[in-house]
Design a protein around this ligand. Structure first.
Ligand code: C2E
Ligand code: MG
Ligand code: MG
Ligand code: MG
Length: 277
C-alpha cells in the first residue's frame, strides 16, 4: 500500500490511463470517419477444390485502407467496432462490395460463391435479413451464391435472437458456414440446431497436424462434417504436404497462402484467377 502512494509510479499510471483514453477516443472517431469515407474494403482469398484445384469461390476479408498506415488487418478495427456498437456499418459496407463484385465475376463464372464474416451484433438486428435481401436483389444474385460465415462465439452471445435469424437466412437460400469450427466454447449441438452447409476448419488444427503428425482430430472433423451433409473447408494451408494430407482425408475445399493470399479484386483478375480457373 505504501508503494501505491509513492510519487512516480502513481503519476506514470495516471498518464498512461490518460494516453490510453485519448488513444481510444481518437480511435473511435477515426474509425467512424473512416466508415464515412469508405476506407474499409474487402480483399478476396480464393477457395479451391482439394481434389482438382478448381476455383469454388472467395472469402471476403475486411481491410482498413488507412491513408497513412496502409492496409490494416481486422484485429486492429473489428474488436473496437464491436465494442462501439458500429460493426454493422462495416458489415453493410462489405455486403455492398461483395454483392457488386459477385455480379461482375458471375458473368463468366455462374457458380462462383463469395463468403463473408458476420458478427454477433449483425444477426441480432431484425432488419439484417431485409438489408441483405434487398442488396442481393439489386445485384440480381441468387442467395445460394453467398455464404455467411458465423463463429461459435457469435452464437453463444444471444441464441434467442441468433437462432431464428439464422433459420430465416437459411430459408431465404443463403449458405451458412460454421467458421473456426471447434475453437470456441460452444457445444456440438450447434451442428444440428443450425442449418449450416459448410464447416470451416481453423488453421490451428492444421498446424497441430503439421507439428505432431497426429491426424485423429482432423480426420474426425472431416467425417463429422460429411455425416452432417456439409462441405468441409480447411483454412490456413501453407504447405504442399498439408494439401496432400487434406486430399487423403477427403477434405473438400481449402484456402491458404500456399495458393493465394487475400487480394484486392483487381489483383484477383490480374493474377488470372478468373481466366485460368
Ligand atoms: P477468419 O474468418 O477465420 O479468416 C481467415 C483468416 O486467416 C484471415 O485473416 C486470412 O487472411 C488468414 N489466412 C488465410 N490463409 C492463411 C494462411 O495460409 N496462413 C495464415 N497464417 N493465415 C491465413 P484476417 O484477414 O486477418 O482476418 C482475421 C479474422 O477477422 C477473420 O478470421 C474473421 O473472423 C475476422 N474478419 C475478417 N473480415 C471480417 C468482416 O468483414 N467482418 C467481421 N465481422 N469479421 C471479419
Ligand atoms: Mg471467415
Ligand atoms: Mg475461419
Ligand atoms: Mg480462423
Amino acid at each position: 500500500k505504501a508503494k501505491r502512494l509513492s510519487g512516480p509510479k502513481v503519476v506514470y499510471f495516471d498518464q498512461s490511463v490518460k494516453e490510453e483514453q485519448k488513444y481510444r477516443f481518437n480511435l473511435e472517431q477515426n474509425i467512424k470517419k473512416a466508415l464515412d469515407k469508405d476506407e474499409f474494403i474487402a480483399v478476396y482469398q480464393p477457395i479451391i477444390c482439394v481434389k482438382t484445384g478448381a476455383l469454388f469461390g472467395f472469402e471476403a476479408l475486411a481491410r482498413w485502407d488507412h491513408p497513412e498506415r496502409g492496409l490494416l488487418t481486422p484485429n486492429e478495427f473489428i474488436p473496437p467496432m464491436e465494442e462501439y456498437g458500429i460493426i454493422s456499418d462495416l458489415t453493410a459496407s462489405i455486403i455492398k462490395q461483395v454483392t457488386r463484385q459477385l455480379s461482375v465475376w458471375q458473368s463468366s463464372h455462374p457458380d462462383l460463391y463469395i463468403s463473408f464474416n458476420l458478427s454477433a451484433l449483425d444477426i441480432q438486428q431484425p432488419k439484417f435479413l431485409k438489408v441483405l435481401d434487398s442488396q442481393v436483389e439489386a445485384c440480381n444474385l441468387d442467395a445460394k451464391n453467398l455464404t455467411l460465415e458465423i463463429t461459435e462465439s457469435l452464437l453463444l452471445s444471444d441464441w434467442q435472437k441468433a437462432g431464428p435469424m439464422l433459420d430465416a437466412l437459411s430459408e431465404s437460400g443463403f449458405s451458412l458456414a460454421l467458421d473456426d469450427f471447434g475453437t470456441g466454447y460452444s457445444s456440438l449441438s450447434y451442428l444440428y440446431r443450425i442449418n449450416a452447409d459448410k464447416l470451416k476448419i481453423d488453421r490451428s488444427f492444421i498446424q497441430y497436424w503439421s507439428e505432431t503428425g497426429d491426424a485423429r482430430l482432423l480426420n474426425t472433423i472431416v467425417k463429422l462434417g460429411h455425416l452432417m451433409h456439409m462441405q468441409v473447408i480447411a483454412e490456413g494451408i501453407e504447405q504442399q504436404e498439408e494439401l496432400d494430407f487434406l486430399g487423403r482425408i477427403g477434405c473438400d475445399q481449402y484456402q491458404g497462402f500456399l495458393s493465394a493470399r487475400p487480394m484486392l479484386a483487381e489483383q484477383v483478375v490480374k493474377a488470372g484467377w478468373l481466366t485460368k480457373h
